[in-house]
Design a protein around this ligand. Structure first.
Ligand code: ZN
Length: 603
């Protein structure tokens, strides 16, 4: 894979706000210059998780997790590094450049497919203008011209080979159409090449499905009159993986800069109607149940999601499947709710009946995940009897096991225990088969130490080397203020940590950085990367870049003086046992001068 250039990663870190990004996943409270929250990585009840807008860095004093916004996406959202970069780039509307490599050629290989999909989408748009039946149908569904435009809705003509004729003149072009899932190969092959295939979408209203960047990657087609299947989607192609995509997500992100929540519906017609009625944060799954991948996509963007399901039996079954997928994603700071529509309604018909505002009010009454879980399980058992409660506990066990460790899990345990009339400890013991009073091994002790472990501000003045490094981390740009002779003074120092300081200083002089996060990111994977993160996480009083520059230069000077002092002592010792060479004598002279200047400075 092609390497992502350093300058691009620097730019992403400089332009992303870590507070905003973490804030969509963890409820942050402002506290002084920083933000705090209960840590998303360990269970705790008093906040020891801090996010610094200045450093663009987070740190937990409880469990010690820390890092940049990229590190957060990797740890919290379980992304791989390139994925995390892609995520930040997408948020900023940037394309990730690669320095040569296979990734680039793979992207280029898909380029003709993207171009074809875009052309076909345009073609379907044109066809809509020519087909009154399709326009009438959409008008009857209440879609305005503006909505048709926003979603680039079109029409696939009623023909077995119109698309094939127009876009599949040559062999290579037909192969491309087939790869894009737009034509289908006949089971009984024809001798004539042009009759080997037929159009997949015929006489349907066409909904282009777009990726996060707005490129058409697939189509959904809705039949106009009666007929089967009512909805037909593109098959899986190199561009389209239906378990990953959410219809309407591109449009939702374009409509609102800061999305706060998403509502997930089952059909693209529903999503489009919701957008038109002002609920422009609606998305639809594409003919699949909600997948784990969907959840990851959703929670990368927003902390709250509402699932709207039809009130019928199929809707309830779909909701229960969604709940099971949702459990591993449930945690503090995230809200997952379920909305059941009245019998006989889907979002489209309900909006038509009561309007967008009334529909939106239903979100407030939507059932939280934990309550939905309790409600469904209660309906299956008789909670009035001890037997029934035991069955409830038995049914709840595998579901509870899917919830990750954390505050949310503890609260859910409390709620379930309340239903069956046990203490949380007894319920957990029942599940694990342990004695109820034996200390539970499955939940960690409450993190009381967190508040106490937080060092006081200004603590840890540390050694000169440490002071210098910390200042460089907070204000990386001051590396350029250091003079060449100040830098050279470090070469003679043998203090512990000086090699790291030298390397850091040289790197920042060769490749200047503006914020701490950029430095941390560059040193990820380096053997000293973790040391730098720990130093950055320390609380320090540093009053601005100007003061930091002075303190850095003073520390460098002192280190050089120390080295000079040591060297002088060594030369003195040598001169007592023998004579010094002319070069050594010269050096001796310079060292004495240097140190007397220091004494004159009062250092
Ligand atoms: Zn923590």
């Amino acid at each position: 894979m092609g390497r992502i250039p350093q300058h691009f990663i620097d730019a992403l870190l400089a332009r992303t706000d870590i507070v905003e990004l973490i804030g969509t996943r963890v409820p942050l409270k402002k506290s002084g210059r920083e933000y705090k929250a209960c840590c998303p990585f360990h269970a705790e009840k008093t906040p020891s998780f801090w996010v610094s807008p200045d450093k663009q860095f987070y740190h937990c004093f409880g469990c010690g997790k820390h890092g940049t916004v990229l590190g957060f996406l990797m740890d919290h959202d379980h992304m791989a590094f390139p994925e995390a970069v892609e995520e930040l780039a997408t948020r900023l509307g940037l394309e990730v450049p690669h320095e040569g490599g296979a990734e680039r050629s793979a992207a280029r290989a898909d380029e003709p497919l993207y171009e074809l999909m875009a052309s076909v989408a345009r073609y379907y748009r044109e066809q809509l203008a020519r087909e009154p039946r399709a326009r009438d149908y959409l008008a009857k569904r209440g879609l305005t011209a503006e909505t048709l435009e926003r979603f680039t809705i079109g029409y696939a003509p009623n023909s077995w080979n119109e698309l094939l004729r127009r876009f599949g003149a040559g062999d290579g072009e037909r192969q491309l159409l087939a790869a894009a899932g737009l034509i289908i190969e006949r089971e009984r092959g024809s001798n004539r090449e042009s009759e080997r295939y037929y159009d997949r979408f015929r006489d349907r209203v066409m909904f282009p499905i777009r990726d996060a960047r707005g490129r058409v990657i697939a189509f959904g087609g809705r039949i106009i009159d009666a007929g089967e299947p009512k909805y037909l989607n593109s098959p899986e192609t190199p561009l389209f993986h239906k378990g990953r995509e959410l219809y309407g997500l591109f449009e939702a992100r374009r409509a609102r800069r800061n999305l706060e929540r998403l509502v997930v519906v089952e059909g693209y017609m529903d999503a489009v109607s919701l957008h038109q009625s002002g609920i422009d944060y609606a998305v639809a799954t594409l003919g699949t149940a909600t997948t784990a991948e969907h959840f990851r996509r959703i929670f990368r963007l927003v902390p709250t999601v509402v699932f709207a399901f039809d009130g019928d039996r199929a809707g309830r079954a779909a909701a229960w499947r969604a709940l099971q997928q949702a459990l591993p994603e449930a945690r503090e700071g995230r809200e997952i709710r379920f909305l059941f529509l009245p019998q006989g309604h889907d979002p489209d018909t309900l909006i038509a009946a009561e309007g967008g505002a009334a529909f939106e009010q239903r979100f407030a009454a939507a059932v939280p995940l934990s309550e939905y879980l309790v409600r469904e399980l209660s309906e299956q058992t008789e909670l009035g009897s001890a037997d029934g409660r035991a069955r409830f506990a038995e049914h709840a066990r595998p579901l509870f096991a899917r919830v990750p460790e954390g505050v949310y899990r503890e609260l859910l345990l409390e709620r379930l225990a309340q239903v069956v009339g046990l203490t949380p400890a007894r319920l957990e013991a029942l599940w694990t088969g342990a004695k109820p009073d034996a200390p539970s091994t499955s939940s960690p002790p409450p993190a009381r130490r967190s508040a106490a472990a937080r060092p006081a501000r200004g603590a840890g003045r540390g050694t000169l080397v440490r002071q210098a490094i910390i200042r460089l981390l907070h204000y990386p740009a001051i590396a350029l203020e250091v003079t060449a002779s100040e830098r050279a003074g470090l070469d003679a120092s043998e203090e512990p940590g000086v090699p790291l300081l030298r390397e850091l200083l040289d790197d920042l002089r060769a490749q200047p950085a503006q914020i701490a996060a950029q430095v941390i990111q560059r040193w990820m994977g380096h053997k000293e990367g973790e040391t730098l993160q720990k130093l950055l996480a320390r609380e320090e009083v540093i009053t601005g870049a100007a003061a930091a520059t002075e303190e850095l230069r003073a520390a460098l000077m002192k280190l050089a003086d120390q080295a000079a002092g040591k060297r002088l002592q060594a030369l003195e010792a040598r001169s007592r046992t023998g004579s010094l060479s002319p070069e050594e004598l010269n050096e001796f002279q310079r060292l004495i001068e240097r140190l007397s200047r220091r004494d004159a400075r009062g250092g």
